[in-house]
Design a binder for this molecule. Structure first.
Ligand SMILES: [Zn+2]
Length: 337
């Protein structure tokens, strides 16, 4: 007998998150061209005057598909006879509006962020305590030779002013030897619009904004005719998931600008910490899990409950898509190492 044999994938087996009593496992997000229909780059959802999805925003019709059945955004092409055509004016591919429940977009983050659900593991891996980790991330401390130092003590040390001594860049380089790709995220999968709401378990079901937007288009609200007051009120209501995504896009854009402008590293690190906060708000962290909201964690929990109740094909597909947006899957990844 060989005695004790090592578990073939001990870390992967151990690395999981429990949602509603069900284990889910982190995945490494594949390259965006294999699953994403486009980048979300505009920090908004709807254009206020027309109430149409903003181009490049979190409800973009080019990325997520038409919100009126077989119709483009500008209205030039309508009907089944145009199926498969991409409108040269608005860039929308004419197809069924059902794809808005299937198609993903993505946000390319301007800096790596530790996955909010696996943050403890990342910090543990770095060998730092949480306060030091956060300080380096936010740029209020520097990291030289694997040790964290205060800003004051490193003022007269030239190496402390080099690039890569603070912010997520320094921390990621520091954890690189042991880091697993799923623990830091560079890209966020944006959940298809139709899956962001109308979850039965939520007490206050949100209005179907895509349907309202489609009606706005049909009836010429906004530009041609006054929008009914009650509809305007529905659009004005806070839309949790959209608003959280918008905030991530906004923070990422601001950080990207500060990098392009070659702002001092301390400022870039500060912008990166803002982005990290926005990401934590979107995903939800174990510590804020009890507060109600419509974060990815809540959505995943609702989908898990739905699938426990009714394990039908659509329920499982919705669960898998929502988990994918959170960087997780129902089964552990195959060990490819
Ligand atoms: Zn068009």
């Amino acid at each position: 007998m060989d005695g004790v044999r090592p578990n073939p994938a001990p870390d992967r087996e151990r690395e999981h998150v429990v949602i509603e009593g069900t284990r889910v496992y982190p995945i490494v997000t594949p390259p965006t061209n294999s699953w994403s229909s486009g980048a979300v780059t505009h920090p908004t959802a709807f254009y206020a005057r027309t109430m149409m999805p903003e181009r490049g925003g979190v409800r973009c019709a080019r990325v997520f598909g038409p919100f009126i059945e077989l119709s483009c955004l500008c209205g030039k092409y309508r009907g089944a006879q145009h199926r498969g055509i991409t409108c040269e004016k608005c860039g929308v591919l004419i197809e069924s509006a059902r794809v808005r429940g299937e198609r993903f977009g993505h946000i390319a983050l301007a800096a790596p962020v530790p996955h909010p659900w696996l943050e403890d593991a990342v910090i543990e891996e770095s060998g730092l305590d949480r306060a030091s980790f956060d300080a380096v991330y936010a740029g209020s401390a520097v990291m030289v030779g694997g040790a964290v130092r205060s800003l004051a003590s490193s003022m007269d040390d030239d190496s402390a002013l080099d690039d890569g001594v603070r912010g997520p860049w320094a921390l990621r380089a520091h954890t690189e030897r042991s880091h697993r790709a799923s623990r830091w995220i560079d890209v966020i999968a944006v959940l298809p619009p139709a899956l962001r709401e109308n979850v039965d378990d939520f007490a206050d079901v949100q209005p179907d904004l895509d349907a309202l937007s489609a009606r706005a288009r049909e009836e010429g609200w906004g530009l041609e005719r006054e929008t009914p007051e009650d509809v305007r009120a529905l659009f004005a209501r806070p839309r949790a998931m959209d608003a959280l995504l918008v905030e991530v896009v906004r923070c990422s854009q601001r950080l990207r600008e500060s990098i392009e402008d070659e702002a001092p590293l301390v400022l870039r690190a500060f912008e990166a910490s803002q982005l990290r906060e926005a990401t934590r708000a979107l995903f939800g962290t174990p510590s804020n899990a009890r507060r109600s909201g419509r974060r990815l964690r809540d959505l995943c929990a609702a989908r898990v409950r739905a699938a426990q109740h009714d394990a039908s094909e659509p329920a499982l597909a919705a669960l898998d898509r929502t988990l994918f947006a959170a960087g997780f899957a129902r089964t552990p990844p195959a060990d490819d190492r």
